[in-house]
Design a protein around this ligand. Structure first.
Ligand SMILES: [Zn+2]
Length: 457
């Protein structure tokens, strides 16, 4: 998740998740023959094969489990990508490269076709300077692309950015002194990458030859301004006209107790709203509380595709108090929750596969994108909250909201006499405020209204 838009290995053996199928296969077709016996195996509960890799490690892998998503594999991907060893996967670092190689190795094991440069899975691109940053165009970052070739005319893209804030030197951190601290980025966005890899495994190894191809992409430099997805859209390795839709997974690892999921981009094709509505209500996707946002523009890579007039969907379980902090760690991931979200995504992909090429639809742009702000309170609003007001998911220490005593979980309902019904109303009011102004903010804390005096900076 990019911070600024909304408002703001494979250790040679270790972590290698080998998809082991005892009968050798090279294409999906030949796999079908193999599948029958594997399926028989799984029915007799022999679904785990223990493999010895090199001399160092033992691995336990589920083979073609009946479930779309294997939570053990999901967690292992997140654990590796969010480990201290990868130092927060800052774009253009050796650890970003290791993460890229890890993803490419997964694609290789799944027999996906490389869709990067020169017959590889990798697409290198320069980090283009942004006026507010210190980026150097001599630095390069890497997108990773694996293609499931179903011999179809059209392709569905499933993407997730794998870079994060590294050691906090390139901005974007909400830690008051971020430099030198590892920003592990387990939710942001090892969770999305792990989900993308698990869905890649599902579609590459299931018994069906789908009517669409699928392109799986791990984007880099998302945190620096959606740079990897922008580069891909300017230098696509498949014709963009052949893209049915793009699905983006960014921060899907913190499904809360209320099971609130935000699905963005629902207005980018007329079929999405009714489809999501019916799927969310259907039994079997874990009774998710789905909030829809129609906008095609948002704080992550799907924006780049929307701007190329491609229908997009964006899945997101919401901001939390560890967002963009060194404490976004693997043990805080709700793996079962993520599996539920991925089940919904897979069900949705299956439905979309039955439809002809999706018509694109222009959407309203989020109002905040058109406002300019002279002030900010130092809060992270909830994008998945569907009630009245604006729920605060995180408060940044040392900023006006924190100094005034605002807390995570507070719901802003009024600023200086103006009712705050939702995030749009909040953005509107915020855009009219001046630095050094003092404002009265009414919040609900456990249903109790509290007035706070906030001195803006
Ligand atoms: Zn982020």
């Amino acid at each position: 998740m990019e911070h600024e838009i909304p408002i703001s290995l494979l250790q040679n053996g270790l972590n290698k998740l080998l998809l082991h199928i005892s009968i050798s296969w090279s294409t999906k077709k030949s796999l079908r023959l193999a599948r029958h016996s594997v399926h028989m195996c799984s029915e007799s509960n022999i679904v785990h094969n223990v493999l010895v890799l090199g001399t160092t490690a033992l691995f336990c892998c589920t083979v073609l489990s009946a479930q779309t998503v294997d939570t053990t594999l999901l967690r292992q991907h997140i654990r590796f990508l969010a480990s201290d060893e990868l130092k927060g996967r800052g774009a253009s670092t050796p650890e970003e490269q290791r993460a890229a190689e890890y993803i490419a190795e997964q694609f290789r094991l799944l027999r996906l076709a490389p869709k990067g440069q020169n017959g590889t899975y990798l697409q290198r691109f320069p980090l283009v300077k942004r006026n507010d940053s210190v980026l150097d165009s001599t630095r390069t970052a890497i997108n990773v692309l694996g293609f499931l070739d179903n011999k179809a005319q059209q392709t569905i893209i499933l993407g997730a950015h794998y870079d994060h804030l590294g050691l906090g030197y390139d901005g974007g951190s909400l830690d008051p002194a971020p430099q030198g601290k590892i920003h592990n980025g387990a939710d942001d966005n090892a969770s999305g990458v792990a989900g993308m890899l698990e869905l890649a495994r599902h579609y590459a190894t299931n018994t069906v030859q789908e009517p669409y191809n699928m392109l799986f992409i791990g984007f880099s430099a998302e945190e620096l301004g959606l740079l990897g997805s922008k580069y891909f859209c300017e230098h696509p390795t498949i014709p963009l006209e052949s893209v049915h839709c793009m699905i983006n997974l960014d921060m899907i690892g913190r499904l809360n107790e209320k099971k609130e999921l935000l699905v963005g981009g629902t207005g980018t094709s007329p079929v999405f709203e009714p489809l999501i509505e019916s799927l969310a209500q259907s039994v079997g996707v874990g009774n998710l509380v789905v909030a829809k946002d129609s906008s095609g523009v948002g704080p992550s890579d799907h924006t780049s595709f929307y701007l190329k007039k491609i229908p997009i969907l964006f899945f997101f379980t919401g901001v939390h108090s560890d967002y963009h902090k060194p404490s976004d760690d693997e043990e805080k991931i709700n793996i079962q929750g993520e599996a539920t979200v991925l089940q919904l995504v897979a069900t949705l992909i299956d439905s979309i596969q039955r439809l002809p090429k999706l018509p694109f639809q222009q959407t309203r742009t989020r109002q905040q994108a058109t406002h300019s702000y002279r002030v900010s309170l130092g809060i992270v609003p909830s994008y998945s909250y569907t009630g009245k007001g604006l729920r605060i998911d995180a408060v940044t220490q040392g900023r006006p909201a924190a100094k005034a005593g605002m807390q995570e979980g507070d719901i802003i309902i009024n600023i200086d006499g103006k009712e705050i019904t939702d995030i749009q109303a909040y953005m509107q009011v915020l855009s009219k405020l001046q630095p050094s102004q003092t404002i009265r903010v009414r919040v609900l804390r456990d249903t109790e209204p509290i007035d706070l005096i906030v001195m803006l900076q």
